[in-house]
Design a protein around this ligand. Structure first.
Ligand code: SAM
Length: 239
C-alpha cells in the first residue's frame, strides 16, 4: 500500500478521515506508523496528497489530510480479456489497476471454463477490493470500470465495433505474422485470449470487428504475464 485510498465513508470531516481494518493493519505492521507520521493518501476518483496520523488505537487511525495533487494520467486503453481462472483474475485486476488501465471488459470465449463465471471474485465488492489494491500499489485514485459479457458472439457483433471506433484495435494471438506495435501515441483496444487461446473462429470474428492480430514473439506467456508485457510495449507504461 503506497497510498491509502479513501472512500466517502472514511471521511469524518472535510479534512479528517478514519482508517480501520486492512489499512489500519498496514499502517501499524508494515509502515510501523506512529502519531505525527505522514503517509500518502488519495480520494477515490479524486485528488491525492498526504495524511498526518493524529491518533492511532487498536480499532482505528485518525488522519488530518491535504489533497492537492492530480492522480497519474490513465492509459488510453480498452482491455478486452477472455475471463481468466478465478485465482488469476484477482492478480490480473490488480495489475490492470496498477498499470492505469481504466476500461476492462471480461468476455466469454470457447476455452473459458463455465465454472469461472461462478466465482465470487466477480461480485462488485470483490472487484473493487482487487482494483483498490492495484490503485494503492501504484498510487492512483481513479477506479477502473469492469464490464462483464458472458456471451461472445453478441458482444463481438453488437458492441465491439463501437468500442473499437477511433482506436488502434489489436488481438494478441501467438503465431501471427505481424508483431505487436510499440510506443503508441493513439488510443488502443487490446483483446487477450484465455489460457487455451482464442479459437480460429473467434480470432476471425475479432478481425471482422476491426482488430488486427499481432504476436509477441515465440514465447507463449501466461495471461497474467501477457497483460503487463503487452501494455508496457504499447504505452511505455513504466517510462
Ligand atoms: N495455447 C494458447 C494459444 O496458442 O493461443 C496460449 C494462450 S496464452 C496462455 C493466453 C493469451 O495470452 C493468448 O490468447 C494471447 O492473447 C496472449 N499471448 C500470450 N503469449 C502470446 C504471444 N507470444 N503472442 C501473442 N499473444 C500472446
Amino acid at each position: 500500500m503506497n497510498l491509502a485510498l479513501l472512500s466517502d465513508e472514511d471521511f469524518t470531516g472535510e479534512n479528517r478521515v478514519r482508517l480501520t481494518g486492512r489499512r489500519l493493519k498496514h499502517l501499524k505492521t508494515v509502515l510501523r506508523a506512529s502519531e505525527g507520521r505522514r503517509i500518502p493518501v488519495g480520494r477515490e476518483n479524486g485528488l491525492m496528497g498526504e495524511g498526518e496520523v493524529l491518533s492511532l488505537t487498536d480499532t482505528h487511525a485518525e488522519l488530518q489530510i491535504i489533497l492537492d495533487q492530480n492522480p497519474p494520467a490513465p492509459l488510453p486503453l480498452t482491455l478486452i480479456l477472455a475471463m481468466p481462472r478465478p485465482k488469476m483474475l484477482r492478480r490480473v485486476l490488480q495489475t490492470c489497476a496498477a498499470l492505469g488501465v481504466k476500461d476492462i471488459w471480461l468476455i466469454n470465449s470457447y476455452k473459458v471454463e463455465k465454472s469461472f463465471w461462478q466465482t465470487p471474485w466477480l461480485q462488485e465488492e470483490h472487484l473493487r477490493e482487487n482494483l483498490t489494491l492495484g490503485l494503492e500499489q501504484a498510487k492512483d485514485t481513479v477506479m477502473p470500470k469492469v464490464h462483464i459479457r458472458k456471451l461472445f458472439k453478441p458482444f463481438v457483433e453488437d458492441e465491439l465495433p463501437g468500442l473499437l471506433a477511433g482506436t488502434r484495435a489489436l488481438v494478441a494471438h501467438p503465431g501471427r505474422a505481424e508483431p505487436c506495435p510499440v510506443h503508441l501515441r493513439e488510443p488502443a483496444a487490446l483483446c487477450i485470449g484465455p489460457e487455451g487461446g482464442f479459437t480460429d473462429y473467434e480470432v476471425g470474428k475479432l478481425e471482422e470487428a476491426g482488430c488486427t492480430s499481432v504476436h509477441l514473439g515465440p514465447r507463449i506467456l501466461r495471461v497474467e504475464t501477457a497483460v503487463p508485457v503487452l501494455v508496457s510495449r504499447l504505452f511505455d507504461a513504466c517510462g
